[in-house]
Design a protein around this ligand. Structure first.
Ligand code: GAL
Length: 342
């Protein structure tokens, strides 16, 4: 067939250039790198994909939905074999799944579910259980003599996980409330998980209840940090139990100092490695069997649920320090050395 021209799109060129070297290329579209944990997710995920012989392109959208969409389009046009997405907005990211599938690219939802779309796989922790563990710890640590006024500070309402954390926490709190043990006096999501927003919400809760608050269920450590700032302004730090999540260094320090009651540790190594293994296997076209599934409003998404771990003053060493998530010197930085656990 002479004289005929074959039109290759820029996309085709990019794809063919990549295809030439047959390197598996995974795209990782992240909501943000603002919280400490996501920086770890990025580093461990990239390292694991490389160990498995693949390559990774990671883009972070700084909490901007439009930017996340255009970054995903960029990764799709660069011919990634699989797209791993940590959505800022669990609903609007359905558009990314549709665009990827048009190019035959499978999508893995990372930690947060993407709603109303044909997501291929979902890797996360048992998020409802996270909420249950947080509420239970705060109820258990509340001053017994008083009928406790409880404050719930949720995560971002754009994040499906925040809904699941709240669901788990409310299961515990509502049961305690029906027994007349506590009263839920405040219940708010925190815009974009921002500590400064959480501090404002906590100030409002304290003002509305004339500081008569006996417990705070905070959805993650950033939110807990904001709440504790507001409590500290009222001289209530260490007197009111506060939960958290993510085992941020600052939170582990607060726990060691008795300012925060607990955090929920989610070993990032397990979720990032698992997602990397599944992404590379999908890229190789391997058949993947997973035990669980969750409905996202459109389909039952094949899912992997990992176990969260409760961290308190009593087991910092056996959990985050033993795992090398943080070092003893860092966690106990503000604690006199003779009070360090042996
Ligand atoms: C959630 C995640 C939490 C927390 C939060 C804020 O989706 O599961 O671990 O980090 O986002 O980034």
């Amino acid at each position: 067939m002479t004289g005929c021209k074959i039109l290759i799109t820029g996309q085709e060129v990019a794809k063919q250039a990549k295809k030439k070297d047959n390197q598996i290329l995974i795209g990782f579209s992240m909501d943000t790198l603002r919280e400490e944990r996501w920086q770890k997710d990025k580093a461990i995920f990239e390292q694991k994909v490389k160990e498995l012989g693949g390559d990774v392109k990671t883009l972070s959208a700084n909490g901007d939905d439009n930017l996340q969409l255009s970054q995903a389009e960029q990764l799709i046009s660069q011919g990634v074999d699989v797209l791993v997405v940590n959505p800022h907005n669990s609903k609007t990211t359905a558009a990314i799944v549709n665009k990827a599938h048009k190019e035959g690219i499978p999508v893995i939802a990372y930690d947060r579910l993407i709603m109303n779309a044909d997501v291929d796989l979902y890797v996360t922790f048992d998020n409802v259980k996270v909420g249950e563990l947080q509420a239970k710890a705060v109820v258990d640590h509340m001053a017994k003599e008083s009928k406790g006024n409880m404050v719930y500070l949720g995560g971002a309402d754009t994040d499906n996980n925040a809904k699941l954390f709240r669901e788990g926490a409310m299961k515990v709190l509502k049961a305690e409330e029906s027994k007349g043990k506590i009263k839920i006096v405040y219940d708010q999501y925190t815009k974009d998980w921002k500590p400064e927003e959480a501090m404002k919400n906590m100030e409002n809760a304290l003002t509305a209840n004339k500081n008569n608050v006996q417990g705070v269920v905070a959805a993650n450590d950033g939110v807990a940090g904001g709440a504790i700032q507001a409590l500290s302004a009222q001289g209530l730090v260490g007197k009111v139990p506060v939960s958290g999540q993510d085992a941020d260094l600052a939170a582990c320090q607060r726990i060691a100092e008795g300012k925060q009651t607990m955090t929920v540790y989610k070993p990032i190594k397990s979720i990032a490695s698992k997602a990397a293994e599944l992404a590379v296997a999908l890229a190789k076209g391997e058949k993947i069997e997973v035990k669980n599934k969750v409905h996202n409003g459109k389909i039952n998404v094949p899912s992997v649920f990992l176990e969260p771990v409760v961290v308190t003053k009593d087991n910092l060493v056996q959990t985050v320090i033993r795992d090398g998530f943080h070092r003893m010197e860092e966690v106990y930085k503000n604690v006199p050395k003779d009070q360090w656990p042996k």
